[in-house]
Every structure is written in C-alpha cells, then in structure tokens.
Ligand binder design. Structure first.
Ligand code: NAD
Length: 264
C-alpha cells in the first residue's frame, strides 16, 4: 500500500455481506489508509455488516433505509458530529421487486417503477446533496451502475430504466458540484454474484454469456471494482468527473459474438 487514501474519510452505503460490491470497494479504500463509515439496511444486515466494518477498523456503523429520508438525514448528522467533514461517498444501493426482474419491461407496475427509481436512482441524489454539505474543500462520489441502462438486457427491465436515470444523475450532479471541487462518477460493473444480482431472472445465464463473450473471457470480481473505485475516489483521477467507467472485462465493446463462440 502507498497510503493513497491516508487521512481521507468517507461513507460507504450498501454493504450487505462480504460478496457485496461495496465491500470490495471498502477493502480497497481501507488498504490505502482510508477511514470508513458504513450504513446497513435493517438490523438483520447490521449483524453482518458490523463485524465487517470493525475488521477494517471502522466504529461508525449506522442503519439507513433510503426509503426513509429521516434515516438518511440521521446518518449524515451522525457523521457531521463525529467527523465534521468527509472526503468521499460510495453509493452501492439498488432494489426492484424480483417479480418484475423477469418477463417484459412493458409489464412494470407503477408502484414498483416508483419504488425502484427512488431506491436505485434518486437515493444517490439525496445522499450526494447531504455528503456535499460535508465536503467544504471538495471530494469525490461514486455510484454503481450496469450496462442494462443503455442497451437491453433480458429481465433487467425497470432496473435498466432506473440505472439510466442514475447515470444521468451522475452527469447533472457532476455539473452542480464541480464548482465546489466535488467529482461525481459511476462504475458500470459486469455481472457479479451478489444478493442483488441473484434477484434477476436467469442471472446465471447472463453471467456465463458475458464470461464467454467478453474480450477478457471472464467476469469481474469485487476486487476489480475496488481497484477502479480507488482510482475514481483518490487524487489519481483529479481530472475526471461525470464519467461512467466500465469495469466489465470489456463486454460493452462487443456487438456480436464470434461465430466460433456460439457453435452449439
Ligand atoms: P448487494 O445485494 O450486496 O448490495 C445491494 C445493497 O443495496 C444491499 O446492501 C442492500 O441492503 C441495499 N439496499 C437495497 N434497498 C435499500 C434501501 N431501501 N435502503 C438502503 N439500502 C438498500 O448487491 P451488489 O450487487 O453489490 O449491489 C450494489 C450495487 O451494484 C447496486 O446498485 C447494483 O445495482 C450494482 N451493480 C451490481 C451488479 C452485479 O452484477 N451484482 C452489476 C452492476 C451494478
């Protein structure tokens, strides 16, 4: 470790367990000396997240369900009390009713559309506004997206629409917060076996397909995402904002598989 994040503090939202992308990011940041606060959704996950947080030396671990804006406010006021300011925000939160992560997008219900948008897209804007208030001398923010935002993936459905909104939010937030020296970026990760990933129908097929058809002939790990996150949250990327950075073994550049790859 070169201590790239030494003296930097930040909040990581979205660790559920040690398979979570947020956990891969937290490990990469902590290894470079960052001091981390964590949020968890509900007490059941709190029992998993608290020991993980402690293993990285974190003592600031707070419940936060982004559907309850009061719990978001209380996390940021706890951080303000404990630290006064932060240097970075990591948002790895997404949700949709799994009954609508299959079949046709056209069948999405209004209720789940709104809920998916609020949790998976707008919660980043709400967190970003509160985090920015704690970044008097600048900072960096990161959220997680997926290529189903711009191109159709079977079953990803309303989540793809929410990710499109999230990616657009990244650009608008980058413009709003840039004058305050706050950078806002997203990582578009390839499929990874996580709790959230398992909610998508035929997730295993998507995983295997992308592995077979990516330039690198593999899928990515949470450690791969952690490395890119370290770049986007550290001084290494001081000239980068409003960007959606793919960490997907190159899958997004492929238009069609090679004929030999699809021989039955
Ligand atoms: P995960 O299940 O480990 O993490 C999802 C997190 O979202 C959990 O910690 C969960 O508690 C949290 N969450 C859901 N609803 C919430 C709410 N109302 N309030 C607070 N937290 C809530 O799965 P993951 O794959 O690590 O997901 C993290 C992010 O990465 C998500 O935005 C997901 O869409 C994105 N992503 C995942 C993949 C993949 O293949 N796994 C690929 C690209 C992007």
């Amino acid at each position: 470790s070169s201590g790239l994040m030494h003296g930097k503090r930040g909040l990581v939202m979205g660790v559920a367990n040690d398979h979570s992308i947020a956990w891969g990011i937290a490990k990469a940041l902590a290894a470079e000396g960052a001091e981390l606060a964590f949020t968890y959704q509900g007490e059941a996950l709190g029992k998993r997240v608290t020991p993980l947080a402690e293993s990285l030396g974190s003592s600031l671990v707070a419940p936060c369900d982004v559907e309850d804006l009061g719990s978001v406010d209380s996390v940021f006021s706890r951080i303000a009390e404990a630290w006064g300011s932060i240097d970075f925000l990591v948002h790895c939160i997404g949700f949709s009713d799994r009954n609508e992560l299959k079949g046709r997008y056209a069948d999405t219900s209004r209720e789940n559309f709104v809920r998916t948008m609020v949790i998976s897209a707008f919660s980043f804007t709400e967190a970003a506004k509160r985090a920015a208030a704690l970044m008097p001398s600048g900072g960096a923010m990161l959220t997680l997206t997926f290529g189903g935002s711009t191109r159709v993936m079977p079953n990803y459905n309303v989540m793809g629409v929410a990710k499109a909104a999230l990616e657009s939010s990244v650009r608008y937030l980058a413009a709003d917060l840039g004058p305050d020296n706050i950078r806002v970026n997203a990582i578009s990760a390839g499929p990874i076996r996580t709790l959230a990933g398992a909610g998508i129908a035929d997730a295993r097929f998507m995983f295997n397909f992308q592995r077979a058809h990516s330039p690198l002939r593999r899928t990515v790990t949470i450690e791969n995402v952690g490395g890119a996150a370290l770049y986007l949250l550290s001084s290494l990327s001081e000239g980068v904002t409003g960007e959606v950075h793919f960490v997907d073994a190159g899958y997004n550049v492929i238009s069609m598989p090679r004929p030999d790859d699809i021989k039955e």
